[in-house]
Each structure stands twice: as structure tokens, then as C-alpha cells.
Design a protein around this ligand. Sequence first.
Ligand code: ADP
Ligand code: MG
Length: 598
Amino acid sequence: MPQIRRLPETLINRIAAGEVVERPASALKELVENSIDAGARQIAVSIIDGGLSRIEVTDDGCGMTPEEMELALERHATSKLPDEAIEQVATLGFRGEALPSIASVARLSLESRPREAEEGWRRVVDHGAVIEEGPAALPPGTRVRMENLFGKIPARRKFLRTARSEYAACLDVVRRLAMARPDIGFTFIHGDRRILQLQRGQEVADRVAQIVARELADNGVELDIDRGEMRLTGVAGLPTYNRGVADHQYLFVNGRPVKDRLLTGAVRGAYADMLARDRHAVLALFLELPPGDVDVNVHPAKTEVRFRDSSGVRGFIVSGLRQALSTGDRRSAQAPDASAMGRWQVEPSEPAPALRSIFEGRDWSSPQTRVASPSSEWRGAESEVMALPQGRAEKAEEIAAEASEYPLGIARGQVASTYIVAEAADGLVIVDQHAAHERIVLERLRAAGAGDKVAASQALLMPDVVEMDEADCDRLEDQIERFAGLGLVIERFGPNAMLVRALPGSLKRADPQSLLQDLADDLAKHGDSLLLGEKIEHVLATMACHGSVRAGRTLNVAEMNALLREMEATPRSGQCNHGRPTWVKLSMDDVEKLFGRH
Ligand code: ADP
Ligand code: MG
């Protein structure tokens, strides 16, 4: 039997370091957090080779005396939990683990000088052993340098990735912490390149825009909402301003940057029907709640949190975001694809052959624009929900004068049987009729689901019995109420079947068998996931897509105007269900510029 013995301190630290210092960026995170906790007003970060060769963090915070420096390098020594009340912790650090952990797996030079001290002090520790100590010249504050990470631990060193990807991770760390504290100035230097320079005392929105992208200012909504003791602030990108990766989602809980599944899930849920599945919203959200309602002591890296009322938090974020985004619904991304816009500028020196023949052969007295009779296909048998807005019987000329009243203007015609061209007071609007109508149908479906259940659903003359796996039936049975809210009325019918009494009005032609199977499959795949609500929404979105007016269908002027008016009245109508814009506008100013009138 091997003997049980106490591990030496250096080994204990190294074990702890396994969790705290996984890579350069995680060490950097700890060092910058320490500077923030030290009350710094200015923090300078400089790294070499993505932090693999060196990381240095300099601050003008409170500093440490030589005795404090010695203590700081001991395990579980911290100045941050004065009353041992870990639930109330207000600092970023509190575990007293970072410095000893880093010192056990790298060479750590700690230099510090308290404000009132005449001079500073230096202490250098290499893989757990003190190798140098003595006076140091530096201004008040602290300078910490980490070099040779895992230099004596080849097994860990070989897990490090390339300087390029370590750099990206370091940049992410600095961005997140800097965003959390716009009151502090930050600089970030990589090798000889200055990557970030952020002035202290910025407004949150300015800091966010400077870190993420200037365009976010024009393509986002600011939010500030509260519910009970929770408050949510920040900037949420419009759905049309999306990205292919989720890197630009910055989430904070009580000022602490977090990467939390619950929160990212809530964000995905809020945008679910406005973005394609492989696209991601851009946002910075700051959630504040009483410290006792959230546990930050879940993981040594402190990026995960646990909420006492997780569904309450989730619901608050989903509804808060959706509400904020629907106030942005008069806006679609007003930065349309630049290359497409650029083409407006191209001026052929003489009419292209095709154009010339139009000019030459045209009889200008008779309008060539085709105005179709009200199309019946998509109006006739479809339910109220799917119907294109009923064209009121106005003639185009009669409403022309009112153009200025409508944000999306008055329809002037249709191009390629797909795009509606409208004139607004301040510009030329082009609407993608399919994308727009799809959006309207989805919002109507949702409204119907949320409102009067019966009105939305269409009872079957004969209830339909659908035979299914017992497990599938169980899954559906659990969701009976939710489905009823969407107009789908089902009951359990023995162990292996479901009875379908009514279908959502919009789905009355659907095959109950395949609809139920799809829903059950969805449930099986995502379990009792919090995203289920959005999965159902996704089904709605698919329904909306199939039920809406196609591209390529000719519309008459009244129908086009009705569609525009409906868009103005529909929340979140600025983007289709996949996050593409439903309309773009070329301002009158720009039109005039195109013709040199400006
Ligand atoms: P924690 O941050 O969890 O307290 P650390 O190991 O990161 O643990 O730091 C230990 C202690 O060292 C801190 O509690 C703090 O008192 C001191 N310290 C670390 N970095 C700094 C700094 N930049 N300025 C002033 N004091 C610091
Ligand atoms: Mg710390």
C-alpha cells in the first residue's frame, strides 16, 4: 500500500494552475482583473507572440508593499473577501489563486509600489521558486510580467496553440474586460502594433462601438429595461446586422464578462425567428441583479455563473431583447451591401444596346407598366392569416399626396415581379415582397398564437388519429398546452396515438401525421431544452415562408400599398425571418448625388 502524504505547496499550486492558467489568455485575464480590482484608472497590456513569449500588464492602482507581495504569491491569500461573505463579492477576483498558480507554471515578475511609498519592490518567481528580490524603480501601481509559460512543463507546453490563435484569445479577453469598464482607460499592444487605445471615461455605447465596430452604432438599438430587481442595459445589433460567428456577443453579469450557456441560449432565442440558424447577432448586454441571486463561484476561471432563478433570467432577456428590437423595426440595416450600392454609380457612356432599343421603339404615350388584376391564387382559399393584406380600393394617384406620411412611402411600381419600388418623402424605397410578406405572416401567426386560441385554430370535421411511438406521444403530451396556444389542439389517444382536434388556421391543409412527427422529432432532438419555444417558432417561420406571397408574383398598386402599410404596422418587419433586410432605402440626397444635382 503506497503511503498517503501531503503534497508540497508547489505541486498544489501547479494542480490549481491546471484550471486557472490554461493558456496565455487565461493568465492575462487574471492579471487584468487584478488591475481592475486594484482601482486602476489606466491599464496597459502588452504581449509578444500572442502571449506565448511574454505578457505584461501595468496599472496605476493601489499597489502592494513588499510584505503584501509575498503574501499575494501564496495560495488562497486575497485582500478581496473582507467579511468572508462570498455571496456578496463585488470584485472580479476573490479566490486568491491566480498569482501563485501563474508563478508555479511560468516565470512571474511582480513589481509594485503603493502610492505613498518612496520606491517599489520586485519579486521574481520561476516555476514556484523565488529567484530574485529587491528594490525596483517604477511609478505608483503594479507591473506584472509573465514569461516562459509552461517552460518547465513540456507536457502542457505542447498543448499551446499557434501565436496567432493565442493572440486572438488575448484580444478577446481585453475587449471583454474593457467593455465592462468604460471608466478605465486601456491600451493593448501586440509586438510592435498598437491594437487598442481606449480613453477612460467613455460612454458604454461609445466603448462598445469602438471595440466591436463603428457600424453597430447605426445598426443597433440601445436598451435599458428592468424587471423587479433585474436590469438589462447595452446595445443589441439589428437582426440584419449579423455575423457568421458568435464572437461578437459580449455578455456581462454584474460587471463580470461571462460565457454562459443560459445567456447565449436566451440571446439565440430572442433572435430565433429573425436570423438564419447559421447567423449570429452582434451585441453587448449587461445584466445586473442582486449578488445573492447569482453564484459566480462555479468555476476557477469565473466565466460561468449560476442563477437562482434561471428561467426568470432567461425570460427577462428574451422578452427584453425582443421588445427592444421591435422598437427598431422601422429600421432595416441601412448599410446595404456596398458593392451593390456602388453599382448605382456606374454610368454607361452611351445606352447599352438593350436600353437603346427600348428608348427607340417605345410609345411613350401608353404606360408600359403592367398592372395585373388582383391575383387570386394566393388569396382565395388561404386563411386570413396567410392572406396578403387586402388592397384598399384607392387609386395610386389619390394617395400620392400622402407620401410623406408613410415611412415606407407610396408604391410606384413593381420590378421583376419581386421588388416593390416606393417613393417616400425622404427617399426611394425598394421592398423585397416575399421577404416582407413572410415576416408579416409570421408576426400574425404569432399574434394569433398569443391571443385568442380558438380563432387561430381550425377544428377538424373529424378528429384525426395519428399513430406514433410511445416516446414521441409522451413528448407531445408534455407540450399540449403550448401547442394549444399556437392553435394545434391534440390529445393523448392511448399509449401509441395522438388525437388531433384542430390545426393552426394557417396550417389547416397540413398533413397532421407529418406535422406531429416533425414536432416530436424536434422535441426528441432538443429534449426539454430551453430553446423549445424557439423551435416551435421556427416551425411557424417555415409555415410563414410557405404561406407568403412568392417572389415573381405580379401585384397591383393597391396590393403593394397595402403590403407597405402592413409592414409599417408590423413589429420587427425590417428583416425577414432569416435576418436579411426586407427593404432598403436610397435617400433623396443620394439620388440627387447620382445625378450630380448636389
Ligand atoms: P485574487 O485576485 O483572487 O485575490 P490573486 O492571486 O489574483 O487573487 O491576487 C492575490 C492578491 O494580490 C489580491 O487579492 C491583491 O491583494 C493582490 N494583487 C494582485 N494583483 C494586484 C495589482 N495589480 N495591484 C494591487 N494588488 C494586487
Ligand atoms: Mg485575481
